[in-house]
Write a protein that binds this ligand. Structure first.
Ligand SMILES: [Zn+2]
Length: 310
């Protein structure tokens, strides 16, 4: 059997694994994302891991899922605010020079979406949207079984759809973006604002879990912040439904560890807002692959199995 070496470059870790065509995943691991000289160190880390993987597996190519705005055709990082010295990195070219293997690079949310289409919550679906809730909101759109990339490889940034005219300022430079109201980061900010309880020690994901624990204990501030979050999130989901009428909108991110109760709360708000005619064809669900989604997606991109999963 032949295998692909797959990597998922995030702001904190570079995760990796060897993936087979049947969806088997082997020798998974992670290393810390370098804080300095990322443009030199990241390709070196990948080449080193590929050399280790090659001792045991016949690696035929390398699929890379990468945070930031990615030019898939050139395998280049166009921009990322998360990692220093990373924007402008010609990742595919450099890794290919070091390993002599074919390399493809795609954005991590898009990879996660393709992973869910291949083996997760959207198996067998043609029209799929993924929204990942974290500090911000990531988005990816699959139409007719194909990833929507856009003229400048920038399609699907659903977190930056504006839902409040002249609303909160967003790091993207615009105002009122969905991610300012419906991300885990927004839930945490809103709770902190109305409760006056600034216990934000951990990251947004950890703080989001704390707030959800308070919701379960009937804390009124947490409840109000959560209701506000659900209101905006469901409005965003209705907009997405009207744009794409997908078979499924998958919600991912750390907060989805809340499981069924979160999904039911989202679905209830959504059902009240969306037009009846859409209810039969568009479903809302939670991501299923969690940690390995982007690795699986990186596999589908480098092996061009978008056709295969149709
Ligand atoms: Zn924005």
């Amino acid at each position: 059997m032949k295998y692909s070496a797959c990597f998922d470059i995030g702001g904190t870790y570079i995760k990796f694994g060897v993936i087979s065509s049947s969806g088997g995943i082997f020798t998974t691991g992670k290393v810390a994302t370098p804080k300095e000289n990322a443009a030199i160190q990241i390709p070196e880390i990948i080449a080193h891991q590929v050399a280790l993987m090659s001792q045991k597996y016949e690696i035929q190519n390398i699929g890379i899922s990468a945070c930031g705005l990615i030019d898939h055709e050139r395998g280049e990082v166009l921009f990322s605010a998360n990692i220093k010295d990373y924007s402008g990195l010609q990742l595919a070219r450099i890794v290919k020079e070091k390993t002599n293997l074919h390399v493809s690079v795609e954005n991590d949310v898009r990879c996660a979406c393709l992973g869910e289409v291949w083996l997760g919550a959207a198996q067998g679906k043609q029209d799929v949207v993924l929204l990942t809730l974290g500090t911000g909101i990531g988005g990816a759109v699959v139409i007719n079984g194909r990833l929507m990339r856009g003229a400048g490889y920038l399609a699907g940034e659903l977190g930056h759809m504006s839902i409040v005219h002249d609303g909160e300022s967003c790091p993207c430079g615009f105002k009122g973006c969905l991610e300012r109201y419906a991300s885990t980061g927004a839930l945490v900010r809103h709770y902190t604002r109305i409760s006056g309880n600034d216990s934000a020690n951990g990251n947004d994901s950890a703080n989001g879990k704390e707030i959800m624990d308070l919701v379960k204990k009937q804390d009124p501030h947490a409840r109000a912040a959560y209701d506000n979050f659900l209101d905006y999130l469901s409005t965003g989901l209705v907009n997405i439904t009207h744009l794409y009428n997908p078979e499924v909108i998958i919600i991912g991110g750390g907060i989805t560890a809340q499981g069924k109760s979160l999904l039911e709360d989202i679905q209830e708000k959504y059902q009240h807002k969306v037009m009846d005619v859409y209810k039969v064809s568009t479903e809302i669900t939670l991501a299923r692959l969690r940690n390995h989604a982007a690795l699986y997606g990186a596999y589908t991109v480098v092996n061009q199995v978008e056709e295969m999963v149709r």
